[in-house]
Design a protein around this ligand. Sequence first.
Ligand SMILES: *Cc1c(COP(=O)(O)O)cnc(C)c1O
Length: 407
Amino acid sequence: MTSTPSCQQDTLLTRAGRDPGAYAGYVNPPLFRGSTILARDFETWDDAQAAGGPYARYGRFGSPSIRAFETALSELEGGHASHVFPSGLAACTHVLMSFLRSGDHVLITDNVYGPTRNFADHVLRDFGIEVEYFPPALGAAIGSRLRARTRLVFLETPGSLTFEMTDVPAIERAAHAAGALVAIDNSWASPLYFKPFEHGADISVQAATKYILGHSDALLGAVTCNEHAWRIFQPRIGLFGATAGPEDVNLALRGLRTLGVRLRQHWQSGLALATAMTCHPAVVRVLHPALPGDPGHALWKRDFLGASGLFGFVLGSEQKPVLSAFFGALKHFGIGLSWGGFESLALPVGRPARLAGWHETGTLIRIHAGLEDPQDLIQDMLAALDVAHALGASASNTPRLPPADKP
Ligand SMILES: *Cc1c(COP(=O)(O)O)cnc(C)c1O
């Protein structure tokens, strides 16, 4: 597959990874199902084996659709090469398992995706890897946490529950000076709104389940590496046996084609909704790095090209009847995990007590602004907040406690 000629991002989205000449002119690759891939003759088989080539003669090592998606993704992320996994979490865990070995030390941002943290706490520790968390706002001060044994720093910015931002270039400089690699879970921004490799990352992870697939109908993940990291990662990925399903990969390719227009709408609706909520008397705080006044705003403005539709807010009550009335009043927001689909979601998170930066009282609620009409979303949300307010939810109920200084 050849790389796409230089063009703007929206054009790249429509072209990347396509090779119609290979499929009788069809715009999209067909669905490749299969385990066995027959060789024409002995010589072809022998040549392919000797080359260890990308179609290493078995379905587990991928199909032309998988290559198409991986090619497109690495062009969009600006990396050297990508590999697709059956879920976003599988992409995260493969990074941790591939770049760490027994006796290493890994630094992980404290606002990392919960299941990634669970994997680190249980599996990595069982394998003799020392796991340490650090506050997302640490920045260059991470230098004092880096050791000779630190092989990897794993970031997520903004974190998908508290939306705290991390200074990626500052961390990257300190990590690289100490000989550690930097991985970023880049799912919030998608490959469009944050370019991890331009900001010094070695490895980028996408939960493609979210904005890339975009329709809440499949799970998929991907890892993109720069050249140095790929040399470490590539020989290991085939060893784990995690192969993405063919339908899911074709859906991801389809999702990519519309990612640009969808994300602009998610961004616009999410920001309009967040802005409308900031002054509501039932709202303690809105957590959205694209809002001026958000603690992460300066970093977002400096490093990001846009915002997605995922943000949070703190409702000024912890009372179950108030929460029940609030969620009951919402007509356009479903209660459910995940995000990035066309439909709006509101998720009761509660109190993420394990997060270092978390010092609010009240109830954290995560919002995903979908593709509905933004005015419908705003009216629906403000009406539900009015209901909560009438039952006692109030910003003034909830004195802010001083921040904890240790994770
Ligand atoms: C959802 C999510 C994942 C995991 O993706 P799955 O496809 O659900 O396994 C990883 N990281 C972040 C930030 C996520 O939000």
